[in-house]
Design a protein around this ligand. Structure first.
Ligand code: ADP
Ligand code: MG
Length: 694
């Protein structure tokens, strides 16, 4: 239950001055429904009203706060003309200008002969200074109330700045003094104040520097948020580990058989990852591990060997892929290896229907299938296992966190989970999205891979490129030709691919195949199978081939309109070639002239094949949300922190959370109690339930 001390912060925004029924909905849209949401809506700008010139000294265009005596009011002769009020001081005279003015109102706030303070932007009109609709017009005795450093807030249509300012001013005095959850020496080292003072300082600006992300007040608030996030992930992870897991250990007979059937030796990175996975499986706690490996680093075989241990120990394993093509490809890769070891492998996708499906389900439930490979179809409610002990989720970023949990629930609570991702994720993003997972990295590619020769050419040479493919074909090459993502629409993409297909077919005839997202699954498979078999030599495709597709004999990748693809996507696409021993090439055809970002992407592609470096550059060029797609990745959205610019803080928060939970896993110490308040403050109530006394 939320501690009482936080109640004022979680009161509805409408309890604040200036937020009536009319503005409530707008405030909710802009910031959120609660008082704390408004307080976390931090200023984006600042009006500095400290400049106090006399009339003779004031300059055109500046914000000025001036002490003046009110002179004559001059009402307009017609409605369309402005209402003018003359004001003066010892040095000169100027005018205040109003449109659509109400005379009685102005007579009240600017009584003739009285001294007033006015503040606003000064403009010169025919040599005379004037101020149109001053932001402030007050008596000398009210000067103390004038915000000399006035915060500007991001707004939404219909919501006046003044209302937000008023609401914030009304909210700040309600801030409770919360127990300090941060480590004292750390605060001191950073020069940070306590939470309440920081929040006040973030709104009551002293200078433009206070708006920066590294201003002490803002940095502290951001760090609070990052720590709350890391702590919540850490608690989930602790809880997972505390759940009774199965200890799976196998002598490794099955593995040995499969390894003997492999045409290659494992890389050191694969061996290392496998031993990390085995250790997790052997221990009593539940495994939650992320296997990160660039395209082509050989994740599939690692997953298989790990699954075999589960099978040998008498359990079942499941492997889930994000697309039909991939699920089938995994099945095809694993089938001969499983055969060699006498392991019963089965495939379940949306296409296994009716009696066939029922039969698979019955066998899975009876334990007559050892490894079940599939797509989302594995999630369906009627899919049950006799003893699922190990689940592999391939290409994680395509699945949400929710789906990840769905699959793990199939095996009861003890299922070990291995998540594999081919998108190398910068460390910082791994922390926010997967802070709850252990990580194994395949940072070494199988031997013998030659670098992919990457070139960029303007699109007007497309005809030349198409005509030149005959040389590649004569060498025996197989070619991917990827068509542009025209819109976020399968239909339009398909049309572009169909047209290129016709074009290439007119040159190369039946050697040219086509695969796109609008085709029936069975047709896609048939085409992929013919490409794999080498009957199709040029495969025209949309990005359906982006993830995971493995045809080692393909050595040429042509990407049309490369400027329309993201960096991660280009990297994934290029990763489809260079998988066999033969020299491969990648041609990026771009529409000239290139924009700055597109040019930077293509340059990076030409410079490196290192997926981790590419991911870092991508993060720099695009920003985190876009990189992973917040929705897809389950990446949390931050209100106060910015994971692109505050990566260093994020890393510290990660370490900090680990340390805290090592020492005080139940958050029972005084600092632990304070940290509970922090979790409630950021609405990580879920995580608190994982505590014994939560
Ligand atoms: P990814 O990590 O992209 O999923 P895959 O598992 O599809 O990569 O492997 C890519 C290719 O590399 C496959 O053809 C696979 O058989 C091969 N491979 C995997 N491990 C090795 C290895 N140790 N030595 C040589 N080839 C390997
Ligand atoms: Mg793969």
């Amino acid at each position: 239950m939320r501690p009482e001390i936080l109640f004022p912060l979680f009161a509805p925004a409408r309890s604040l001055p200036g937020i009536g029924p009319r503005l409530e909905a707008l405030v909710e849209k802009l910031a959120g429904p609660k008082v704390i949401d408004i307080l976390w809506h931090l200023p984006s700008g600042l009006i500095d009203r400290r400049h106090r010139p006399s009339i003779a000294d004031v300059r055109d265009g500046e914000i000025a706060t001036m002490e003046v005596t009110v002179g004559l009011h001059i009402p307009p002769r017609t409605k369309r003309l402005p209402y003018r009020v003359h004001v003066f001081d010892d040095t000169g005279e100027m005018q205040i200008v109003f449109f659509n003015a109400r005379a009685e109102h102005l007579a009240k706030i600017l009584p003739e002969g009285q001294r007033r303070i006015i503040s606003g932007r000064v403009e010169f009109y025919q040599g005379t200074p004037q101020m149109t609709h001053p932001d402030h017009m007050i008596g000398l005795d009210e000067l103390a109330d004038l915000p000399l450093m006035e915060p500007i807030y991001p707004l939404t249509a219909g919501l006046p700045l003044k209302s937000i300012q008023k609401a914030v001013r009304g909210a700040l005095p309600r801030l409770p003094e919360l127990p300090e959850w941060q480590d004292g020496p750390w605060l001191k080292a950073r020069g940070w104040t306590n939470w309440r003072q920081s929040l006040i300082a973030a709104h009551e600006l002293q200078s433009a520097a206070d708006l920066g992300a590294d201003a002490p007040a803002r940095a502290r608030l951001a760090y609070d948020e990052l720590l709350a996030n890391q702590l919540a992930l850490g608690l989930v992870r602790l809880r997972m580990r505390r759940l009774p897991g199965r200890s799976i250990s196998a002598p490794g007979q099955l593995r040995k058989k499969v390894e003997a059937a492999l045409p290659f030796a494992l890389t050191n990175a694969q061996i290392r990852a496998l031993s990390e996975i085995s250790a997790d499986m052997k221990s009593n706690h539940r495994m939650l591990r992320l296997l990160q490996g660039d395209v082509g680093s050989g994740k599939t075989v690692v997953a298989l060997l790990a699954m075999l241990d589960a099978v040998e120990a008498g359990f079942q394993a499941a492997m889930m892929a994000p697309t039909e093509i991939l699920a089938r490809q995994h099945y095809a890769t694993l089938a001969p290896l499983c055969d060699a070891a006498g392991v019963r492998l089965e495939l379940l996708t949306g296409r296994e229907k009716g009696k066939r499906r029922e039969e698979i389900l019955a066998r899975a439930a009876a334990g007559e299938i050892d490894i079940l490979v599939g797509t989302h179809a594995l999630f369906q409610e009627d899919v049950a296992f006799r003893a699922l002990a190990f689940a592999v989720v391939d290409e994680q970023h395509r699945f949400g966190v929710h789906q990840r949990l769905m699959l793990t629930s199939k095996g009861g609570t003890g299922t070990d989970v291995l998540v594999m991702t081919a998108t190398p994720i910068p460390r910082t993003l791994t922390l926010t999205a997967y802070g709850d997972m252990d990580v194994s990295k395949l940072d070494e590619k199988p031997p013998g891979r030659k670098p992919v020769d990457t070139r960029a050419l303007p699109l007007d040479r497309l005809g030349e490129v198409a005509a030149g493919l005959d040389r590649a074909l004569a060498r025996g090459d197989q070619i991917y030709w990827v068509c542009p993502l025209v819109e976020e629409s399968d239909e339009v993409d398909a049309a572009a691919a169909e047209e290129r297909h016709r074009h290439l077919q007119s040159i190369y005839g039946e050697k040219v195949g086509l695969v796109h997202g609008r085709m029936k699954a069975a047709d896609k498979d048939a085409v992929m199978a013919r490409f794999q078999a080498g009957d199709i030599r040029i495969l025209v495709a949309t990005t359906v081939i982006e993830v995971g597709v493995n045809v080692p004999t393909a050595t040429v990748m042509v990407i049309e309109h490369a400027e329309r693809f993201g960096l991660a996507q280009l990297h994934q696409l290029r990763g489809r070639v260079g998988r066999g021993g033969d020299k491969s090439s990648c041609l990026l055809l771009y529409q000239a002239p290139l924009g700055e970002t597109a040019a930077a992407r293509i340059k990076i592609m030409r410079e490196t094949e290192d997926g981790f470096r590419i991911a870092e550059e991508d993060l720099r060029l695009r920003g985190a949300g876009e990189l992973l797609g917040t929705r897809q990745s389950g990446l949390p959205e931050f209100r106060l922190a910015n994971i692109e610019t505050q990566q260093e803080l994020l890393a510290v928060a990660y370490d900090d959370a680990r340390l805290i939970l090592d020492r005080d896993p139940e958050l029972e110490s005084p600092r632990g109690e304070a940290l509970r308040t922090l979790l409630y403050l950021f609405e990580r109530d879920e995580a608190i339930r994982y505590l014994r006394s939560g």
